[in-house]
Ligand binder design. Sequence first.
Ligand SMILES: CC(C)(COP(=O)(O)OP(=O)(O)OC[C@H]1O[C@@H](n2cnc3c(N)ncnc32)[C@H](O)[C@@H]1OP(=O)(O)O)[C@@H](O)C(=O)NCCC(=O)NCCS
Length: 183
Amino acid sequence: MVLAARLSATVTLRLLEQGDSAWVAAAYVRNRAHLAPWEPTRPEEFFTTAWQEEEISRLLAGCQSGAGLPMVLVTEDAVIGRVTLSGITRGAFQSANLGYWIDGRHAGQGLMTAAVGALLARARDDLELHRVQAETLLHNVASQRVLQRAGFEHIGMAPRYLRIAGTWQDHELFQRVLVSARG
Ligand SMILES: CC(C)(COP(=O)(O)OP(=O)(O)OC[C@H]1O[C@@H](n2cnc3c(N)ncnc32)[C@H](O)[C@@H]1OP(=O)(O)O)[C@@H](O)C(=O)NCCC(=O)NCCS
């Protein structure tokens, strides 16, 4: 599987690594206010290298077992975003869930659109998934633009779908069916 892609002159998309814990923790500290409205409420430990180290172990074990594909956007000295396939389900579903965020200082440069495009290619060609689902808060227009440009279709609105920023909130659901030669 090709697990790295150049997104710009200075930003690369690659698989999350065990050694990324300090960079990941630092990225969450830098972006705490930027991400707070869009994510679950985080405990204080979440922002520590030790907590992220354990979480990365869990995610990499999940990657090994085929449950997910956790990737990071990196510069030469920082993690500046994440894009993750989780909950990979086989059988008649062949589906996964997509989540992502980018460092506020790097937003609006087309990086997440490029990262999602690269991840979808892996989902189709390497993981042989049929479908990827993503969901956004109703007012998350930037995220909806990323999904639109990646060819996602709107499924509908799911009431009280996820607990974001401490409240069970309605979400718009989107899916991308991955057309492959195998059909
Ligand atoms: C959503 C997010 C990942 C987008 O990343 P990004 O790298 O800035 O995305 P891109 O630059 O590829 O595209 C962003 C698009 O949203 C648009 N956009 C950005 N902010 C916007 C806003 N406040 N209102 C409307 N559109 C907005 C941009 O103009 C661009 O669309 P365009 O190129 O058609 O003009 C980023 O905003 C983010 O991390 N947000 C916080 C976390 C989050 O929402 N995660 C997703 C949860 S579903």
